[in-house]
Ligand binder design. Structure first.
Ligand code: DX5
Ligand code: ZN
Length: 228
């Protein structure tokens, strides 16, 4: 699968979301961080904003739900126009049922792991998912430092994906920048969320292109992506 770059609008100007979406034309998805001030200590936006943003841009929306009770709320984000919906496994009561419901409603189903949540207990569940998100910071805020200690988890997850021959995308989110994206790609990530590294740049579209070029070059050299 080709490298994908998903700018996080958490670092954009919330008063100008349509313009900020346009500023990263060429991105694969817009990453939309939904926070409820319970699952994480921060509050961002909800279904009405996602509905408006979906109408305002052609770029598909990748909604990352950092909320409690995603079993109840996630389907509404599909109805609001999200192309991909990510719930946290730590918050989901029935992750398999929820992933199936998201898919049945027509979106890609994705599951996120906080830094302290291991991948191994979820090996049998991976075929139910279209994407797995490995958080590389504690969820809640943009602009945090990348956690290097997540690299072995990314590597082990890529091994599981290859072992089972899955089409699962492997996303990383948190502290992804020009100085960390190559290590993520080398470890096995293929979908990269970047907030401050894109919207903090002079030219956000150029930042997306540069990150993509770095990730593509690192993937081409990575052992996990070789045919042999
Ligand atoms: C953090 C969010 C991230 C955040 C990343 O909880 O899930 O998507 O926007 O921001 P950066 O790229 O600045 O770490
Ligand atoms: Zn996110």
């Amino acid at each position: 699968m080709a490298v994908q770059i998903n700018p996080s609008i958490l670092s954009a100007d919330f008063a100008r979301l349509a313009d900020e979406a346009e500023a990263v034309r060429g991105a694969d998805f817009l990453h939309v961080d939904v926070m409820d001030n319970h699952f994480v200590p921060n509050l961002t936006l909800g279904v009405p904003v996602v509905e408006s943003l979906a109408r305002a841009t052609d770029t598909p929306l990748d909604c990352h739900l950092m909320i409690e009770d995603p079993d109840r709320w996630a389907p509404q984000y599909v109805e609001a126009g999200a192309s991909s919906v990510t719930f946290h496994v730590e918050a989901a009561a029935a992750p398999v049922r929820l992933a199936r419901e998201i898919r049945a409603k027509g979106a890609r189903a994705s599951m996120a792991l906080k830094p302290a949540t291991p991948i191994e207990p979820f090996e049998d569940l991976l075929p139910e998912l279209d994407m797995l998100l490995i958080m590389t910071v504690e969820p809640g805020f943009g602009g945090q430092a990348f956690l290097d200690i997540m690299l072995p988890k990314i590597r082990r997850t890529r091994e599981l994906i290859n072992k089972h021959g899955l089409e699962l995308w492997l996303q990383v989110d948190g502290g992804v920048s020009a100085s960390t994206i190559e290590r993520c790609a080398d470890a096995g990530a293929d979908v990269f969320v970047a907030g401050s590294a894109v919207y903090g740049a002079q030219d956000p579209a150029e930042a997306v292109r540069a990150l993509r070029a770095q990730a593509e070059a690192a993937t081409a050299k990575a052992s996990w992506a070789c045919d042999h």
